[in-house]
Design a protein around this ligand. Structure first.
Ligand SMILES: Cc1ncc(COP(=O)(O)O)c(C=O)c1O
Length: 515
């Protein structure tokens, strides 16, 4: 027999001693909830038997109330499926009657509204730019910056691992895990980082986090106080700035050039900063690889200033043309670097899985902070990922994707060169899944990105990556999701759009810089 699913039991406070009959109490409660939209059109209602049991009353008043609600069109019955809030309840009826359904406590009264107490929120909520969805961060397809080739992901393997762990989990896996995360996964990550990224680590230093974003947040909370100064790259990753703003830190914008963060400029601006947030392997968004000299200079400054370096190594698995560049952390002899990595680029961003390598003497402080934030990373994905890495699927997937993205990157660089006749300089094509192009000053990149999105070209504007006054317009162009053979046509579409809009004048990077 087909099982009929059951809806949630609503909050109905029945009073057996009240003068109002029980069926009327049930009827009134449902009607009020429908009119106030606490119960939505089409929502499943529990069976009369289930509700009677829940309310600890006989089934008869519930049957009477349901019959009345059905007769008046608030409910509808679907054979074999159950009873639902009527999906055709006209909006007008609901709107007209909503007022009537408002209880005195919820109904606004002129005087009460005027004298309502202040609804104060923390100052930091206004210091971080408001969350808003810009189309290019959500759109899927040509030029989307953080979109890996989802269609190339080994779902067969992934789903069999999900089944393996979802079907018969051991009881202890269902209980709270520790703040550092699954031991097996930390060991697997540790082996990977030592071998492929030259990171010095032991599993006891690896914390599993919800993407690099959480790693940045834990680091800021564990290492910085309100008012602490921290260096960030200019231009740089805006979500690092958001973390620091939320923590009440003072942001020191340090310019980047072809060698990465300009450490000497950082020292000039604020020698005593408490931390530097950098992406030395592939600076975001201009793509520089930090030179060896700058790396040593940065490490030396950190040791002298007693500062911390937070190394965001978000996409260096994909390096083309040259040997992989080892992580900065591997060069550090004074345990000044917190290393941060993510699976968002190599697997997929919705996984929300990342990791950090914490200097040994700081582990306790990081664990304390993390434990106050959440109680660890979900078990299932950790278990699946540990198998995925241990069984060699991760290494194989990265190897396959490196070849694929290498072709896509070459196609993009070549198409830009051909279509723009060498007038656009392509930056950062040595690694990762995007390139950057700078456009002439005066180009309205944000405005153009909105126009492009309407044509399903998901270019990200460059100017919002700057926080200071001297924002350069340009585009950040992802190539991960577009097959090499289609790249030319997408670049031609972009070129045509720019040509059509004649957008090469006016003030650049104006409105809507922060997104
Ligand atoms: C500089 C930088 N760091 C980190 C990330 C990844 O963040 P997460 O691991 O939270 O998805 C990105 C994603 O685009 C990025 O550009």
């Amino acid at each position: 027999m087909k099982k009929v699913s059951s809806g949630y039991s609503p909050v109905i406070a029945v009073d057996r001693k009240a003068a109002k009959p029980l069926h009327r109490q049930v009827y009134d409660a449902y009607r009020a909830m429908i009119l106030s939209r606490n119960l939505g059109a089409g929502q499943l209602i529990p069976s009369t038997r289930a509700l009677a049991a829940e309310l600890n009353i006989s089934r008869i008043p519930v049957l009477t109330a349901y019959a009345q609600l059905l007769a008046e069109g608030y409910f509808e019955a679907r054979v074999g499926a159950g009873t639902f809030v009527c999906s055709a309840l006209p909006d007008q009826v609901a709107a007209d009657e909503r007022r009537e359904a408002q209880t005195p406590a919820t109904r606004p009264r002129g005087k009460r509204v005027a004298t309502r107490a202040a609804r104060r929120v923390a100052k930091r909520t206004t210091q971080v730019p408001r969350y808003g969805v810009v189309p290019w961060l959500r759109g899927l397809g040509a030029f989307s910056v953080s979109q890996p080739a989802y269609d190339e992901f080994p779902f067969q393997i992934w789903s069999s691992l999900m089944m393996r762990h979802g079907r018969n989990p051991q009881t202890h896996s269902l209980h709270y895990g520790g703040p550092m995360g699954s031991e097996r996964l930390r060991e697997a990550i540790c082996t990977y980082l030592r071998t492929a990224r030259g990171v010095h680590c032991e599993p006891a230093q690896v914390m599993i986090v919800s993407g690099s974003q959480q790693a940045l947040d834990v680091s800021a909370r564990a290492l910085l106080d309100e008012g602490s100064a921290a260096w960030v790259e200019e231009p740089g990753y805006w979500l690092t700035r958001h973390v620091l703003k939320a923590a009440g830190c003072k942001i020191v914008l340090v310019p980047v050039d072809a060698e990465g963060m300009d450490v000497a400029a950082g020292v000039r601006k604020c020698r005593t900063a408490r931390a530097a947030f950098v992406a030395p392997s592939h600076q975001f968004p201009l793509g520089a690889t930090m030179s060896a000299a700058r790396r040593l200079q940065l490490l030396r400054w950190a040791e002298r200033a007693g500062a911390w370096i937070i190394e965001d190594d978000y996409d260096s698995e994909y390096r083309y043309g040259s040997m992989p560049i080892a992580a900065l952390q591997g060069l550090d002899e004074n345990a000044r670097v917190v290393y941060v990595g993510t699976f968002s680029k190599t697997l997929f961003p919705a996984l929300r899985m990342g990791y950090m390598v914490i200097p040994k003497d700081l582990v306790d402080a990081f664990v304390t902070i993390r434990h106050a934030m959440d109680l660890g990373t979900p078990y299932l994905y950790q278990a699946v990922l540990a198998d995925f890495i241990e069984e060699g699927h991760y290494a194989r997937h990265i190897r396959r994707m490196r070849l694929l993205y290498g072709e896509r990157r070459a196609a993009l660089v070549e198409s830009i060169r051909k279509e723009f006749e060498g007038k656009l300089e392509v930056l950062g094509a040595e690694a990762g899944m995007y390139v950057a192009v700078k456009l002439p000053r005066g180009f309205r990149d944000v405005q153009m990105a909105h126009k492009a999105a309407k044509e399903k070209l998901w270019v990200a504007p460059l100017s919002p990556a700057y926080q200071g006054k001297d924002a350069r317009p340009g585009f950040i162009l992802g190539f991960g999701s577009t097959p090499a053979e289609k790249m030319g046509q997408e670049v031609r579409r972009l070129k045509a759009l720019i040509a059509r809009s004649g957008n090469l004048g006016g003030n650049a990077g104006g409105e809507g810089r922060e997104w």
